[in-house]
Design a protein around this ligand. Structure first.
Ligand code: FES
Length: 507
């Protein structure tokens, strides 16, 4: 079992051992490219660059697949969550066509790479079925059909869908796929290392600096140098325009076994907001129905366990569930205008790159990002450079002000000793519960574990000082502003924060 950025175990993580790199990093040389983040974006970018002769170093704060790659439901789509109707409205017909070409290229690249390196990740071609269940959804579906075809992706109405859910109209889009994401990135990582790349795990980057001749990257394991730096961490660290243009969301997933062999053979999506999604994956000879949904903005759902129960009730309504084998949640970032941000990190010198804002299409857009970043780093001036430019300005009504920073000066706890008994009485916590309480003009975030031990930290996020909120399901402190997440002892699980929450000493 590998570690992931939460308490719940995903189907993928439970079935896999940690990746063991073979090549040793050299802090004495200057790499061509340093990549931060061991998910699909980072590893794919590394492999592509290494194949083209660039000497790459990949740094991962925990283990490969620790972040969203280990918690995805792994749908490979050219039918996108932000539909071509929206993309066309925001970026024009040509923009939508360009996006369609990019995502089709990405899905094809994944398929051909699995074949080239004989990666056994359960990759399977599939069709996507998007179905309407009421008249307004039918109208929306028709708009999506037209825009999808106009973008260059074939879509047609179908009388059948692969799930036993009542529907009124459904669209079928061919050429999609599904896989197990962790064997996939392990296969890419092996190919990356075989081509000469280096991977360092358990190596959190704490700072980076663009100097005259190179970029200096400071990590928990020392300093590394590179000509260029790529942040493949979903949201980049520091303070950046992208923190205003991406909103963190949590999505919930479960893998269940069924009483009968009625596993859907393809991918299916309803049209509610948030929508539900379904597919099947076989892992170690066992088939699982994977269902997901119940998405919400990070830090805004007081009872995240409830999201699992709602999802389970939904799944049981349509399927004869034998056992809920796994349930887990993961995080994604929604972009302001519907398209990811891929390219130069805003406000930074030319040598720092970023890829974020994939919405619910992380599997596909991560590969789009890797292909685009590689071409940019090779100075090939790819067409998508303008379309996905993170510096593009597309104000969307009501979006720019979503951020609600806690502007109060935060009182530091350094050296202060709090009475654990008083705090416990104040909070009245049952085992497994957490709460933020106010005590002597300080806010204190408390969690009582199942053994009754209290863990106390400052709720002030170390990124930009918003207050974190407890995530009951994943037992983490989640920041609603830009999605940083911490474990109950304040250790960083997810950026953009790169420093832990302050630990509060209890007497
Ligand atoms: Fe930015 Fe917490 S993630 S303030």
């Amino acid at each position: 079992m590998i570690r992931r950025d939460g308490f719940c175990s995903s189907l993928w993580q439970a079935e896999i051992q940690p990746y063991m790199p073979v090549n040793i990093a050299d802090s004495g040389i200057t790499y061509d490219v340093i990549i931060v983040g061991g998910g699909i974006t980072g590893i794919t970018t590394g492999l592509l660059l290494q194949q083209r002769g660039k000497k790459c170093l990949l740094l991962e704060a925990a283990n490969l697949g620790f972040g969203t790659t280990g918690g995805t439901t792994a749908h490979l789509n050219t039918l996108l969550d932000v539909p071509y109707t929206t993309i066309s409205k925001n970026f024009g017909k040509e923009g939508a066509q360009q996006v369609a070409m990019c995502v089709q290229e990405a899905v094809e690249w994944i398929k051909s790479t699995c074949s080239r390196y004989a990666i056994e990740c359960g990759l399977k071609d599939a069709d996507a079925f998007l179905f309407a269940q009421q008249p307004e959804q039918e109208e929306e579906l028709e708009e999506i059909r037209k825009a999808t075809i106009e973008a260059g992706v074939t879509a047609e109405y179908t009388p059948h869908i692969p799930v036993p859910v009542a529907f009124t109209k459904a669209l079928q889009v061919k050429g999609q796929a599904q896989f197990n994401p962790l064997p996939y990135i392990y296969g890419l990582a092996k190919a990356f290392e075989a081509a000469g790349g280096c991977i360092v795990q358990d190596c959190r980057v704490t700072a980076s600096q663009v100097l005259e001749t190179h970029v200096e990257v400071t990590t928990e394991n020392g300093i590394f140098r590179g000509v260029d730096l790529v942040y493949a961490t979903h949201i980049p660290p520091g303070v950046n325009l992208l923190h205003l243009r991406c909103v963190p969301y949590r999505s919930y997933a479960m893998a269940v076994t069924l009483e009968e062999e009625a596993y859907p053979e393809n991918l299916a999506y309803d049209m509610y907001d948030p929508y539900h999604y379904y597919r099947t994956q076989e892992v170690n000879g066992q088939r699982y129905l994977i269902a997901g949904g119940e998405d919400h903005k990070t830090g805004e759902e007081p009872n995240t366990q409830q999201c699992f129960r709602k999802l389970e009730a939904h799944v049981r309504k349509y399927f004869k569930v034998k056992e809920v084998a796994y349930e887990w949640s993961s995080q994604y970032f929604e972009p302001a205008d519907g398209l990811p941000y891929i390219g130069h990190l805003p406000g930074q010198a030319d040598h720092v790159y970023v890829a974020t804002g994939y919405g619910g299409n992380g599997m596909t857009y991560s590969t789009v990002a890797a292909l685009l970043l590689t071409r940019m780093l090779l100075q090939e001036k790819p067409a998508g450079e303008v379309l996905f430019n993170p510096n593009r300005i597309k104000p969307v009504a009501g979006f720019t002000n979503f951020i609600s920073h806690n502007a109060d000066v935060v009182k530091q706890f350094i050296g202060k000793l709090f009475s654990g008994t008083t705090l416990e009485q104040l909070a009245e916590l049952a085992p497994g519960e957490a709460k933020v309480v106010k005590y002597e003009d300080h806010k204190v975030a408390l969690y009582k574990n199942d053994e009754g031990v209290i863990h106390a930290v400052s709720p002030s996020c170390t990124h930009l000082k918003c207050d974190v909120a407890w995530n009951t399901a994943e037992k983490s402190w989640d920041c609603p502003c830009h999605g940083a997440r911490y474990d109950c002892d304040g250790n960083v699980l997810t950026g953009p924060a790169d420093a832990p929450l302050e630990v509060i000493n209890l007497a």
